[in-house]
Design a protein around this ligand. Structure first.
Ligand code: G3I
Length: 303
């Protein structure tokens, strides 16, 4: 196959990208995005600050622009994200305790109801674990509402849209030997053992010098999958753009049946949150295919 999406589909997987609504008028951008990818994540437009800028007043205009572009072009959509310490609107940042807990529940219900039946998978909770060696939760206003806030979010999400897969999504949980990975693994194991609804783990997979790709990545994917959840690579980018590392990531996903798809976090290097100098994506700023693109396509094609 000659595109990433079609090549991934040969094994029943998808290949996606983050889409920014502000770039949908750029035909160079949309031409590549439409040709190569069959799954879309809104880079910012379905986050809490975008969808509920004022308490109880939802705004889906930008999220719907991304959603409609995707669906009109035959793509599925991952929802990102419902409960997160970052990109909270000002009103939410100021809440605490049971008021914040109820606001989180209302937010999940409001957003998931709008997109009910339309989303392949939601990142229900994003980045709730701490960096460093503790393996524990990140301190945040949500965490301070009580340690059960994550399972409350997942139970709320299941009831709001039973058709959507429900994911826990995080960065630096790619390396199996890291405490943060083990912390999330233990949470998912606990959720599965107690019947808390969770269907997938999102490995963001932002690789750089401080958190490089490690060959135990396949062990991480296999270990999560063995708990009975899908694994999705949700925000892949690799600083420096190593073609070999990109191929390794793809081959590690292909080696695990429950690794169901890969999303790169942007189309061209100029679209990356890291800036074009990081050279972290599959297309250069002129829209040319990079060596990393060819490596990914070849891996998806079985070579
Ligand atoms: O929308 C405003 C615009 O009105 C204003 O003029 C401009 C001035 O700086 O800022 C714009 O907002 C920016 C927004 O991106 C849209 O471009 C924010 O400042 C900026 O912080 C925001 O960055 C996003 C970042 O998440 C924020 O947390 C990145 O685009 C986005 O790629 C990044 O994505 C995250 C995932 O959601 C979660 N995992 C990590 C990943 C990378 O950080």
């Amino acid at each position: 196959e000659s595109t990433l999406g079609a090549a991934a589909a040969q094994s029943g997987r998808y290949f996606g990208t983050a889409i920014a609504s502000g770039k949908l008028g750029d035909s160079a951008y949309t031409t590549i995005a439409n040709r190569e990818f069959n799954m879309v994540t809104a880079e910012n437009e379905m986050k809490i600050d975008a969808t509920e800028p004022n308490r109880g007043q939802f705004n889906f205009s930008a999220g719907d622009r991304v959603y409609n572009w995707a669906v009109q072009n035959g793509k599925r959509v991952r929802g990102h994200t419902l409960a997160w310490h970052n990109q909270q609107p000002g009103w939410m940042q100021q809440l605490s305790g049971s008021t914040l807990r109820q606001a989180m529940i209302n937010h999940i219900n409001g957003v998931m109801n709008h997109y009910k039946g339309k989303i392949y998978a939601w990142d229900v909770v994003n980045e709730a674990y701490a960096d460093g060696n503790s393996g524990g939760r990140r301190d945040s206003n949500l965490q301070r509402t009580g340690n059960d806030w994550i399972e409350v979010a997942f139970r709320t999400a299941r009831a709001a849209d039973p058709a959507a897969k429900l994911c826990y999504n995080d960065y630096n949980i790619d390396n199996w030997s890291w405490a943060k990975t083990q912390g999330v693994y233990n949470m998912v194991r606990d959720f599965k053992s107690r019947g808390v609804p969770i269907d997938c783990v999102g490995l963001q997979s932002h690789f750089n010098g401080n958190s490089p790709y490690n060959s135990n990545y396949r062990t991480t994917i296999q270990s999560f999958a063995a708990l009975g959840v899908d694994v999705q690579i949700t925000e892949l980018d690799i600083q420096g753009g190593s073609a070999t590392t990109y191929a390794n990531v793809v081959n590690d996903c292909l080696a695990v049946p429950r690794c169901t798809g890969i999303t790169v976090w942007g189309v061209r290097d100029t679209d990356s949150w890291l800036g074009s100098g990081a050279s972290a994506l599959l297309f250069d700023g002129n829209g040319n295919k990079k060596a990393a693109y060819t490596a990914v396509l070849n891996a998806l094609n079985g070579g």
